[in-house]
Design a protein. Structure first.
Length: 437
C-alpha cells in the first residue's frame, strides 16, 4: 500500500447504510483526496444469513447512489457461506486479494461472534491491521465495530440466547490504531428499542455492562458510539472527529466522558479520558446531559422515539403535518405529507437495519392514506362555501318578504332553512347563518 494513502479509522454506532450517515461517509471518502477509491465490502459479519445477497445488494446500491462510491464485494468465504462455490481455495485467494489491494474497507451489520470465528486464524486480521499501520481507510460499523477491540461482546448470545456474561477475544485493531490499553468498542450505545427496559450499550443495559467492566483487566475501558454517529480518527494527524446525530463516550469503571457531534479533539484527549484523567471537564455521562436538565433519567431520555430513531422521528413529524393539514382542510398539504413519508421510507430501504421500524413506518403511511380516503368521502372543502350563494339569496328573499309584511311566507323560508340544518339569527347588524353539524 502506498505511503500516500491516509490512515483513517471510522467507527460507526449504527445506521451505516441509512440516510443519516450519507454525510459522514462522504467525509470519510474525501479523506482519500485525489486518490481513486478502491472500496470493498467485507461481508463476513452477515455472511451466514439467508438474506446475505440481499444485504450486499442494498449496501452496494446505497454507496453507489448516495455516496457516489463504487463498492466491490470482498466475498471472504466462511463455513456457513450459502454458495459452496465461494468456499474454494481460489475464491478465498481472490477475496483476500481484493481486501489487500483496497484502500477503503467497509464492514457493518451481522454477528460479531460469527465474524470473529471466521476471521480468527485467517489472513484477514493481518490485512486489516496493515491498513491502519501503513495506509488505508477502515470503516467498521454496528456488529463489525464490536470486533475492533481487545475484547468483544457476544451480543446475540447474551441478549437473545441468555448466555452468562463473558468476553470474546477481539481483533485488537484499536491498539494497532494507537488506542492504548484494553479498549472494547460498543456500538448502539444509546439504543432505546427496549422502551421500558434498558437496551443501551448494544442491548446490554447498565447492569450487564457493569458486570462486563468488572471482568476487564486494569487497563480496560469502553469506547461507546451512539446510533447514527461516527468517530473518525485520523491516525497520521492523531485527531478524532465526532459526526452524525449524537456522541461518543469514553467510559472506564463506570465513569464516563462524552464527546458530542461536532467535537474535534486530539487522540491524546481520548486516551486521557480512557486512563481516567478527570482533570479535563467532562460531558454528562451516557445520554444524560439533556435528561438531567429535563428531570429525566438517562433511560427515559434514550426511550424517546425522536431521539432513538431518526426514521420514526421523521415519521412522527410527517404524521403531525398530515394531522394539521387535515384539520385545516388543506388537502394538497395532507397529500404532500403522504408523498414525503413515502419518499422517506424509500430512502431508508437500503438500510440494513434489523428491526421492525420500516414496517412501523409503512403501517403509519397506510393508516394516513385510509384517513385521507375517509376525508375524501365526505369532502375536505368547507361545506359552507358551495351553500353560501343559495343560503344568502334565501336570507335576502326572507328579508324582502318581511319588509312586505308577508310574515307567513318569510317564516316558511326560515323553516325550510332550518330543515336543511341551516340556522339563522337576526342581529342588530343583520342576519347571520351557521351550518349545523
Amino acid at each position: 500500500m502506498s505511503a500516500s494513502v491516509p490512515r483513517i479509522l471510522a467507527v460507526m454506532g449504527s445506521g451505516e447504510t441509512a440516510p443519516t450517515m450519507v454525510t459522514p461517509h462522504r467525509e470519510i471518502v474525501a479523506r482519500l483526496g485525489d486518490l481513486p477509491p478502491r472500496a470493498v465490502l467485507l461481508d463476513t459479519p452477515y455472511g451466514f444469513q439467508e438474506n446475505a445477497p440481499e444485504i450486499t445488494e442494498r449496501a452496494i446500491e446505497y454507496f453507489a447512489k448516495r455516496v457516489q462510491l463504487t463498492m466491490e464485494l470482498a466475498g471472504i468465504p466462511g463455513p456457513l457461506t450459502a454458495d459452496p462455490t465461494e468456499r474454494t481455495a481460489l475464491a478465498e485467494a481472490a477475496a483476500l486479494s481484493r481486501l489487500r489491494t483496497a484502500n477503503l474497507v467497509f464492514a457493518g451489520p451481522g454477528s460479531p461472534s460469527y465474524a470473529l470465528s471466521v476471521w480468527r486464524g485467517s489472513p484477514v486480521p493481518e490485512a486489516l491491521a496493515g491498513k491502519l499501520a501503513t495506509g488505508g481507510v477502515l470503516v467498521f460499523a454496528s456488529a463489525a465495530a464490536v470486533t475492533l477491540g481487545r475484547f468483544s461482546v457476544p451480543v446475540y448470545e447474551i441478549y437473545k440466547v441468555g448466555q452468562p456474561v463473558h468476553w470474546l477475544d477481539g481483533l485488537d485493531l484499536m491498539r494497532t490504531a494507537g488506542f492504548e490499553g484494553s479498549c472494547v468498542v460498543i456500538p448502539h450505545y444509546d439504543n432505546a428499542e427496549g422502551g421500558t427496559h434498558d437496551t443501551r450499550y448494544c442491548y446490554l443495559g447498565e447492569r450487564r455492562l457493569a458486570a462486563f467492566e468488572a471482568m476487564l483487566p486494569h487497563d480496560g475501558w469502553v469506547l461507546g458510539v451512539d446510533e447514527h454517529t461516527a468517530l473518525i480518527v485520523d491516525l497520521d494527524a492523531r485527531t478524532a472527529a465526532v459526526t452524525g446525530r449524537r456522541g461518543v463516550t469514553v467510559r472506564r469503571r463506570g465513569v464516563s466522558r462524552r464527546f458530542l457531534a461536532g467535537d474535534r479533539v486530539t487522540l491524546d484527549t481520548l486516551l486521557e479520558a480512557a486512563r481516567g484523567d478527570t482533570s479535563a471537564p467532562c460531558r454528562s455521562p451516557e445520554a444524560s446531559g439533556a435528561a438531567e436538565s429535563a428531570g429525566m433519567s438517562p433511560l427515559q431520555a434514550a426511550a424517546s422515539p425522536a431521539e432513538g430513531s431518526p426514521l420514526l422521528a421523521e415519521v412522527s413529524r410527517l404524521e403531525r403535518a398530515f394531522d394539521t393539514a387535515l384539520t385545516a382542510r388543506r388537502a394538497a398539504e395532507a397529500a404532500e405529507a403522504l408523498l414525503h413519508l413515502d419518499r422517506t421510507i424509500l430512502e431508508w430501504a437500503s438500510d440494513t437495519l434489523q428491526s421492525d421500524e420500516p414496517e412501523r413506518a409503512r403501517a403509519v403511511l397506510h393508516s394516513l392514506i385510509h384517513r385521507l380516503g375517509e376525508a375524501a368521502a365526505v369532502g375536505l372543502r368547507d361545506p359552507r362555501e358551495p351553500l353560501a350563494p343559495l343560503v344568502e339569496s334565501l336570507i335576502t328573499l326572507r328579508a324582502e318578504l318581511r319588509t312586505a309584511k308577508a310574515w307567513e311566507l318569510a317564516d316558511r323560508v326560515r323553516d325550510r332553512l332550518i330543515a336543511a340544518r341551516i340556522e339563522i339569527r337576526d342581529t342588530p347588524t343583520g342576519t347571520v347563518w351557521e351550518l349545523r353539524e
